[in-house]
Design a protein around this ligand. Structure first.
Ligand code: HEM
Length: 178
């Protein structure tokens, strides 16, 4: 797990510790700064509007071909409220017995470094558009660091899972990695 964090840090330019500041070190919390749960709903809407309009990048948009925008917004919004210390809306929908399984839930998609980069570009734009964060550079910056690290973590953890399976080694603790 530590190796995955190191690999994600190398690719993203953000350390694991830096990525955690958004959820552990901001006062008031990011959940408050963004305007509570509905503020994250707005963020996820801004983000997925961009993703589903990204027809200039079919290779990226294609990753979302089996999803509807409404479901994707709802899933991400619930996850973010829960991650940033609000109600456990994500577990309420998906069940939380094995954790949120962020890596495992991305296992069926083609997600390499360039997809992470495009994802982060859309998210950074969504963050910059969010009215509640307009005057809050600190909040915006920390949130961007969290997403950047996490996006690349998903990329490297997916690779690791694949290698693990190919080498016939014991099945990695797929779900538990976040
Ligand atoms: C779901 C792609 C990074 C959180 C999804 C889905 C796709 C996707 C195609 C399915 C949409 C749905 O029906 O919900 C990607 C790509 C990424 C990426 C290409 C680039 C690395 C992230 C990051 C986070 C995240 C960084 C959180 C910080 C989620 C969540 C779901 C989701 C919570 C819902 C999963 C579920 O409950 O089924 N993602 N994602 N993703 N993604 Fe990502």
């Amino acid at each position: 797990k530590h190796n995955l964090q190191t690999a994600a840090a190398k690719l993203s330019g953000v350390s694991y510790e830096q990525s955690l500041l958004a959820s552990t070190s901001l006062h008031p919390t990011l959940l408050d700064r963004i305007g509570g749960p509905s503020g994250f709903y707005t963020l996820s809407t801004l983000f997925y509007n961009r993703v589903f309009n990204d027809t200039a990048n079919p290779w990226f948009l294609g990753i979302f071909a089996t999803s509807t925008k409404e479901e994707a917004i709802d899933n991400q919004y619930r996850f973010l409220v829960q991650f940033f210390g609000g109600e456990e809306l994500y577990n309420a929908k998906k069940g939380g017995k094995y954790g949120v399984r962020l890596v495992g839930r991305h296992a069926n998609y083609q997600i390499q470094a360039r997809a992470a980069e495009r994802w982060v570009e859309h998210m950074n734009c969504a963050i910059d558009e969010h009215e509640a964060l307009l005057g809050d550079k600190e909040g915006r910056d920390y949130l961007k660091l969290y997403f950047r690290f996490t996006a690349y973590y998903i990329v490297v953890a997916k690779d690791y899972m694949r290698d693990d399976q190919l080498s016939g080694g014991t099945q990695m603790d797929k779900g538990r990695v976040w």
